[in-house]
Design a protein around this ligand. Structure first.
Ligand code: AOS
Ligand code: ZN
Ligand code: ZN
Ligand code: ZN
Length: 426
């Protein structure tokens, strides 16, 4: 299925006058306060988030998996799906692939299809948390950290292969997430595990093309429940520093123990020039990987405040790799992703509204009340007209979920692909 430009224009006709009224009203009041609305719209229009190839099908839990129907069965279909949400939102202009789930058969054809859908290849992800068919060694007791040289070598070779695949597609970064850890005290020697991991990562790092970056993801627990080798941002940063300049920490919002101050982590990493990538999702308990902004939208706003501050004040930090890392088993996965994109854009827009000069002045005057007022003034603004305007400007639709339903995208996909489909991935 492909959405035509004319269809988008028709869809926008009915909502345009209502949108313009709201947008003009908001622009007037923001401009009066000295906000450069056009600059915000441009920033929102530029902002692109990579869609993970594993979020396009209905996920499952270890208790069961319920197919949503019409799910993509191949890399081609995954790219088509991202193309659909991108044409509606104009925010999903990239894909993050997972190897070996997404190895292309025909590179040229995949590249052409992606270009046709205006999709770029963002970070490629390696997978040493599952054993693959025909694989010699098992990752049951770890991969890059394993005490066995043979296992480590296999895991390193896999990462190098992922780089090679990504390179052929035009990717510029590798994300390494390791499940490595232990479920019981005494099972692993912490120092040995970390040393092996560092050495393995250096080996992979040195194999990367000179313009590539490595993103090292951390996570406190799961799938192992006693210890994880790369458990937190400090460990990740240590490993990144041990690899070199082009290795960075990746922050996944769900990878923190309850109540962790993620915005502070983001801020400090950017100060050190070491925040490389970002996995958006939301959570109530652990790595729940649910829709962005569905549980803690204020926390997301505070994180975006630090991201915006860092983007404006920390030239030592490179441009970030923005990715969604979510999976869903109740909602239509594409609707879920649209909601995530919307939440990201909203939080970003609100953070852009913060009067940074006023905030700094209030901080320096130790006017705590005023500091809070400044943040919440921005947070309480309904920025949806700005997000809609940015979408309109780039050729998207005013209301992507409504459009998705009106166009009967899922019904079409089910017709094309069948009802009982299973997408590869988690
Ligand atoms: C795992 O918990 C991490 O969030 C990974 O980034 C990601 O979900 C995984 O690589 C996908 O399988
Ligand atoms: Zn992640
Ligand atoms: Zn997650
Ligand atoms: Zn995760």
């Amino acid at each position: 299925m492909k959405i035509q430009k004319q269809q988008l224009e028709d869809l926008n006709k009915s909502g345009i006058s209502d949108h313009k009224t709201k947008f003009n009203f908001l622009t007037q009041s923001l401009s009066k306060d000295g906000t450069d609305v056009e600059n915000i719209i441009n920033k929102l229009a530029e902002f692109q988030v990579a869609i993970p190839s594993w979020a396009l099908g209905a996920g499952g839990t270890r208790f069961g998996r319920f197919s949503y129907g019409g799910e993509p069965a191949s890399l081609e279909q995954k790219i088509e799906d991202i193309g659909l949400i991108h044409s509606l939102t104009q925010t999903a202009g990239a894909v993050s692939l997972h190897i070996p789930w997404d190895v292309p058969n025909d590179y040229q054809a995949i590249k052409e299809l992606a270009a046709l859908n205006k999709i770029k290849f963002d970070a490629v992800n390696s997978n040493t948390f599952q054993d693959q068919k025909d694989q010699k060694e098992t990752y049951k007791y770890g991969s890059l950290s394993n005490t066995s040289v043979a296992v480590r070598e296999q895991a390193i070779a896999h990462n190098k292969e992922v780089i090679e695949i990504g390179n052929k597609l035009g990717s510029k970064s590798l994300t390494v997430w390791l499940a490595d850890g232990a479920s019981f005290p005494g099972q692993n020697n912490f120092q040995t595990a970390l040393t092996h991991t560092q050495n393995s990562l250096i080996d992979i790092y040195e194999d990367m093309p000179a313009d590539w970056k490595m993103f090292i993801e951390y996570k406190p627990y799961e799938p192992y429940f006693y210890s994880t080798v790369i458990q937190d941002w400090g460990t990740s940063l240590m490993l990144a520093n041990g690899c070199g300049e082009r290795a960075y920490t990746l922050v996944d919002l769900g990878h923190h123990l309850p109540n962790t101050n993620i915005e502070q982590i983001v801020s400090i990493l950017m100060l050190k020039g070491k925040l490389g990538g970002f996995h958006f999702n939301d959570s109530k308990y652990g790595d729940d990987d649910i829709t962005v902004g569905s549980i803690k939208p204020y926390a997301l706003f505070l994180i975006f405040n630090e991201l915006v501050y860092g983007m404006q004040n920390n030239p030592q930090n490179p441009e970030l790799g923005w990715m969604i890392d979510a999976s869903h088993n109740l909602k239509d996965p594409l609707e879920d992703l649209i909601q995530s994109l919307e939440a990201i854009q909203e939080a970003y827009a609100k953070a852009l509204l913060i009067d940074q000069n006023a905030l700094r002045a209030a901080q320096e005057a130790h006017d705590v009340t005023r500091c809070q007022e400044i943040l919440q003034e921005a947070y309480r603004t309904d920025v949806r007209p700005l997000v809609r305007e940015a979408r309109l400007k780039t050729g998207g639709v005013i209301n992507p979920i409504a459009a998705y339903r009106k166009l009967e995208v899922r019904e079409q996909l089910i017709k094309e692909r069948g009802k009982n489909t299973i997408a590869t991935g988690l």
